[in-house]
Design a protein around this ligand. Structure first.
Ligand SMILES: C[S@@+](CC[C@H](N)C(=O)[O-])C[C@H]1O[C@@H](n2cnc3c(N)ncnc32)[C@H](O)[C@@H]1O
Length: 227
């Protein structure tokens, strides 16, 4: 069932030629779309869960966590941190997790739109909210050139994401996605590394497993200490 996934195809064979101009626009003009009520509620729920567990625990955001495998595994790997697994799909979040064993209590699953969730986190910065780590595990690649602005590093929310500080790790099966993200981080003055990624059979997410077992190449962007 897993090993039949095809690599991403695109008319793009290099980072998008408009990326720098798009970033210049986003960094010059704050993103002002109103935040929807359901995301306010979701954010309040996430904050309460964090505070109830330990408001001093460093925060990890598993952005686009899908069925939540990675959220559980990250929470286990970082028992001193609190992990928020955020996805817009209630269906994916609700997927049975019994195959993962006991779900640790230093996590919360939140159904929300990340575009609003990131902005609410940044708005809460004055209360001391920052991220210890951002994980973007196999974000939707949006490989059509016309869809550039849907990729997180070219979305108007990108400058807000960087305000949250911390370390960012993004994994993808599309090299151009990681190259563009690295270019966008460099544009913002950061120093990312792009490397091939071999999960060695230890899969953090179902997409990682599917792509790897289909023989696809995977890549990772790591950026420490976003300022
Ligand atoms: C390709 S899947 C990867 C899921 C998971 N990280 C994995 O590797 O198995 C991308 C996920 O991002 C979520 N997503 C996309 N756009 C989103 C948004 N604006 N807000 C929240 N989740 C979003 C989708 O619902 C989907 O679960």
């Amino acid at each position: 069932m897993f090993a039949n996934s095809r690599p991403v195809t695109s008319r793009q064979d290099a980072p998008h030629p408009d990326l720098q101009a798009v970033l210049a626009r986003h960094f010059a003009h704050p993103f002002q779309k109103p935040v929807s009520a359901y995301n306010h509620d979701a954010f309040a729920h996430a904050m309460r869960a964090w505070q109830a567990w330990n408001a001093h625990a460093p925060l990890i955001l598993d952005a686009g966590c899908g069925v939540g495998w990675s959220t559980v595994r990250l929470a286990r790997a970082h028992p001193d941190c609190f992990v928020m697994g955020v996805d817009q799909s209630a269906h994916r979040l609700a997927r049975d997790k019994s195959e993962l064993g006991t779900v640790p209590d230093n996590l919360v699953f939140i159904r929300a739109n990340l575009v609003d969730f990131w902005r609410l986190l940044a708005d809460a910065k004055h209360t001391g909210v920052t991220l210890f780590r951002h994980y973007w595990l196999y974000p939707n690649p949006w490989p059509k050139p016309a869809h550039l602005l849907r990729r997180w590093h070219a979305h108007p929310v990108f400058p807000t994401i960087l305000q949250l500080g911390g370390e960012l790790e993004c994994r993808s099966n599309w090299k151009i996605y990681v190259d563009e993200l690295a270019d966008a981080l460099r544009y913002a003055g950061e120093h990312p590394d792009v490397l091939p990624y071999d999960p060695k059979g230890e899969y953090l997410t179902p997409f990682e497993r599917k792509y790897s077992e289909s023989g696809q190449n995977l890549w990772v962007v790591r950026c420490s200490g976003i300022r």
